[in-house]
Design a protein. Sequence first.
Length: 488
Amino acid sequence: MLSTLKNLKDPVTLRQDVLASLVVFLVALPLCVGVAVASGVPAELGLITGIVGGLVVGCLPGSSLQVSGPAAGLTVLVFEAVHEFGLGALGAIVLATGLLQIILGALHFGRLFRAVSVAVVQGMLAGIGLVLLFGQLYTMAGVKQPRSGVDKITGVPGLIGTVVTDADALTPFLLGAGTIVVLVLWKKLPAGAQMVPAPLVAVALATAVSALAGLSVANVEFEGIVQAVQPPGADDFGALGSMAALSTILAFALIASAESLFSAAAVDRMHDGPRTEYDKELMAQGVGNTVCGILGALPMTAVIVRSSANVQAGARTKNARILHGAWLLLFSALLPAAVGIIPLAALAGVLVHAGCKLVPVQQIVPLWRQHRGEAVVLAVTAIGIIVTNMFEGVLIGLLLAVVKSAWETSQIHLDVQETVEGRLTVTASGNATFLRLPRMLETLEALPEDRPVELDLSQLRHLDHACRTVLETWAEHRGTTIEALTKA
C-alpha cells in the first residue's frame, strides 16, 4: 500500500497508469456485462465482480499488472451452478471457493498450480470456448439454448433453420453477427484506431444501430448494483453439504486458480517489472472471491485479455488496475441507463468471439506434429467437458496427462549379449515400472530354454515393486541369477 501511495507522487507514472486504467475499463465494461448475462445472472453481478477485482484484488500483493474480474472461462460452470442450486447459492459457492483459495495459498500450493499440464489447461479452455461459442449462437438469435454441450452443438442445424425462417430470430442474429465482424476487422485497422478497445466499439455500434433503426430486440436488464447485492443466507450455505456442491466448489477453485496463475505467468513475460509471487496471488484471488461471495456476485479470475491490455497500454504499477475498478464503480453508479440499452445479441456476439479465441486453433497443428500425446490430452479434455461437464472433463484430462507422463517416463531397454562361454547376459536400463511388464516378459520368455541366463539390473534408474516381484518369480522359475537386484 505504501508503494502504491508513493507512486501517486510520480506524475509520469501516474499519467501512464491513469491512461492504462481507462483502456482496461473500456475493455472490461462490455465483458463484465456479457459474462454475467451468459452465466444466467443479472448484469449487475458481473460489474460488481469487476469492481471487486479492481478495488480489492488490485490493492493486494501477488501480481502488479494483471487484472481480475469475471471471466468467460467460468461462464459455463456458473450457468450450470445457478441452474442446479439457484442464484442465492451462487454467493455461498463463490465464498467457499475464495476461502479454499486462501487456504491453498497459505499452504504454498500456488507454485504447484504451475505444474498442471499446459495441454490440460488448453483443453479446458477449448472445451469451455466451444460450449460458450455454440451456446451464445442461440442467445444471438433470441432462442433458449439447450442445457448440455452436446445438445448445443447438435442443435445448430435446427437453429439455422429457425434463423432463416423466423424474422424475430433473424434480426438479433444479424445484429450479433455484425458485432463479430467488427471485432474481427478492428484488429486490421491502424494501431492508432486500435487504441479504442474493439469490444467497446462493436457493442456501441450495435447499440446505435438497434436504437436508430428501432429494432425489436431484447436489451440488457439493469436496475443498479446496490439493488443487485444479495448476500447468501443460511439456507444457501446449507446447500453446500451435497457432493454436487462440493465438486462445484472444487471445480471453481481449480479452474479459477489455474487460469489466474497461468495468466500471471503470461503477463510476467510481457513486462520487465516485478515478477508474480504465486502464493500471494492465489491468496489475493481468494480474498476477491470471498468478497464476491459475500456480495452474491460472480466468481473472478485474473483475465489475460484485460491484463494484456493493461500492459500494452503502458501501465507501470498496480494503480492502473485499482483505477479501472473505480471507473467501473462510477459508471455503474452514474450511468446505469447506458447499460440497459445494450442489445443482448451484441453481447452474445462478443462472447462468441471470445469463445473462438479460447480454442487454440493455431497451436493444434504444430502441437500434433511435435507432441502428439499432448495434442491427444488437449482434445480428450475438451471433448470430456463438452460431453460431461467442466469438473469431470478436467479430471479426465488430468488423469490422461498423468498416465501419459507415466508411460513416457517408464522407458526401458533390454540388451541381450552372448558371452564366450555361451551364457546370455540381459542388461536392463531405464525405468522398470508395471506399465512395461508385458514388453519385458515378452523379451525374457523368448530366450532359449537351454541356455544359462544372467539378468543385470544395475543400470536401472528405478524398479517398482511390481517389476521386482515378477522378475524374482521369473528368475526363480528359470533357475537363473539376478545381478544388483538390491541396488536397483
